[in-house]
Design a protein around this ligand. Sequence first.
Ligand code: BT5
Length: 259
Amino acid sequence: MTEPTSPRSPLEQERLQAAAGPDWVVQLHAEAGSTNALAAASPSRSLVVVADHQTAGRGRLDRSWEVPRGAGLIFSAVVDPVVEAQWWPVIPLAAGVAVAKALQPHVGVWPLLKWPNDVLIAGEKACGILVERLDTRPPYAVIGIGINVDQARDELPVPTATSLALAGATVDRTALLGEVLYSLRAQLVSLARSPHAVMGTYRGLSATLDRDVRVDLPGGTAISGRVTNIDEHGQLVLDTGEGRRLVAAGDVVHVRPVS
Ligand code: BT5
């Protein structure tokens, strides 16, 4: 379908739509502030807002997501997850599973997931995911995904980041969009049928399970302990040495692997 292109060739609407297939409605912006913000501003089911370049990319907790022009795959998909509210926390984890599965054939190893949903290649972050719930009826989820495709080391904003290129994979962003959306659809179908099954897959890809961690909590405090489980609702189960704590939100720092 497509001729070979260099990883940073400008994206084209028609090619993206062809790669995404009929299940999705792709809307390309040569430049956007945040694709999550654009998708949330005029949401419709199965809309996929793609940006060739993003100038105000958002991370969790008001952090930023930075990618040089053309070096990343940056998009937000609007979905109707058809799950009860109690299972919404599993959506970002399902998205992480979807990205890991889509990247595996390119990098030849299994990407692992740092809780909740950083996609790591060789321990470094290759993809960030930001899921937001909209007050629509039914409530839609905006699933924002940023994959580092072509950055050189000095183009990454933090030393803990990596890209597919640095992992040895030359990947066409258009084809990758199709692959990730296909994988995302499959995980969402699986989630609607059985959140337990998705969590089973998630645990198998977790880089955080059985690790000693420090979790920086949203309020500014931190707790440390061993991650003994990630429960059915995606919460960390932490053995602090003084008891068991459940963590629903926070930033994990892996302290050291289990010997
Ligand atoms: C995330 O937040 O990892 C979620 C990032 C989601 C980005 C996508 S792009 C499409 C959609 N539209 C948006 O506006 N956002 C979504 P968090 O876990 O908070 O991580 C943010 C932190 O990762 C930053 O504070 C940096 O330390 C680091 N960071 C920033 N840019 C990065 C990059 N390109 N690669 C790896 N790490 C990065």
